[in-house]
Write a protein that binds this ligand. Structure first.
Ligand code: C2E
Ligand code: MG
Ligand code: MG
Ligand code: MG
Length: 285
């Protein structure tokens, strides 16, 4: 409880009194405390079948309920975690929260796959597959309860080692997705070199498809390419029904986006599940 007391003690300082460097250092200290306490939480967004609308899984997206700034999206603290050496701690926290939630859903008869994001920089720890597999087994879950999405926000430090770690995850039954495909960081070489099960098309890729024959050709042929490699294709950032229809015509497997549901706390996701069951006339078990 020491961290909590010292943090509330810092509330007397307005952030305008601090230089950007001081504020950053302060945020880093706060993030360290947040990891030890209960300030990180997950929101969930469904991944649905493009044709039937059925939820195939959910993606867990981290949030920080910051004492002064309120609910923060990962864009405002992931780099800080990375630079401050807190990424492993953050991964562990996210995996713990995601797997604990998976246990709850499992006990409610909703045995869906929860996808957790890992930054590519995390793929240097050879123990990672065993650690994750142990976390799954401790909770009595099946390995298929979890999948990992590898985000390319940062450079992959060691490609060979990353490949070994991803293979290790797959060997233990944990599926792997490449995230944000179609942005500057990802390339066709990933599809060749990395053991993956799922390709997630970045939102910018989806946006460029709408009303643009060249963008559309790129999306449609990437879907075909991924299918010929045996991958599941998920479109990110689907914000309207027309985009969803277009993706359906191109044979895209799954979609995520505000048009379907924005990322929400687990309780709200449960409400959405219940409502979509009622809509489809199925019993709300
Ligand atoms: P991502 O994994 O590609 O996740 C998708 C992002 O797009 C999420 O932003 C989500 O809220 C947002 N999004 C979903 N649907 C739509 C839509 O229809 N339109 C628009 N404009 N945006 C949409 P969020 O939650 O801010 O996360 C940003 C990124 O932070 C994630 O991108 C992921 O790379 C990273 N991230 C999130 N959670 C974690 C985590 O637990 N660990 C790590 N290492 N990275 C995480
Ligand atoms: Mg993701
Ligand atoms: Mg993404
Ligand atoms: Mg992204």
């Amino acid at each position: 409880y020491r961290a909590k007391n010292s943090r509330s003690g810092r509330h007397v300082y307005a952030s305008e009194d601090h230089s950007p460097g001081e504020e950053r250092l302060r945020m880093l200290q706060e993030l360290r405390a947040a990891l030890a306490e209960d300030e990180l939480l997950l929101h969930y967004q469904p991944k649905v079948d493009v044709i039937t609308g059925e939820a195939k899984g959910v993606e867990a997206l981290v949030r920080w309920n910051h004492p002064r700034h309120g609910l923060l999206a990962p864009g405002s603290f992931l780099l800080l975690a990375e630079e401050g050496g807190l990424m492993n701690a953050l991964n562990d926290r996210v995996l713990t929260l995601a797997l604990d939630q998976a246990v709850i859903w499992h006990s409610q008869g909703r045995s869906m796959t929860v996808a957790a994001n890992l930054s590519a920089s995390s793929l240097i720890d050879a123990e990672l597959p065993d650690r994750i597999a142990a976390m799954i087994q401790e909770r009595g879950l099946a390995e298929s309860a979890l999948m990992v999405e590898i985000t390319e926000d940062f450079m992959m430090p060691d490609r060979v080692r990353a490949r070994d770690i991803l293979s290790g995850l797959q060997a233990r039954g944990i599926r792997v997705a490449i995230d944000d495909f179609g942005t500057g960081y990802s390339s066709l070489a990933y599809l060749r070199d990395l053991p993956i099960n799922e390709l997630k098309l970045d939102r910018s890729f989806i946006v460029s498809m709408i009303g643009d024959p060249r963008g559309a050709a790129l999306v449609s042929s990437t879907i075909n390419l991924a299918h010929s490699l045996g991958l599941t294709v998920v479109a990110e950032g689907v914000e309207d029904g027309d985009a969803l229809d277009q993706l359906g015509r191109y044979g895209c497997d799954q979609a995520q986006g505000f048009h379907i549901l924005r990322p929400v706390p687990a309780a709200e996701l449960n409400d959405w599940f219940t409502a979509s069951r009622l809509d489809s006339g199925l019993p709300s078990a």
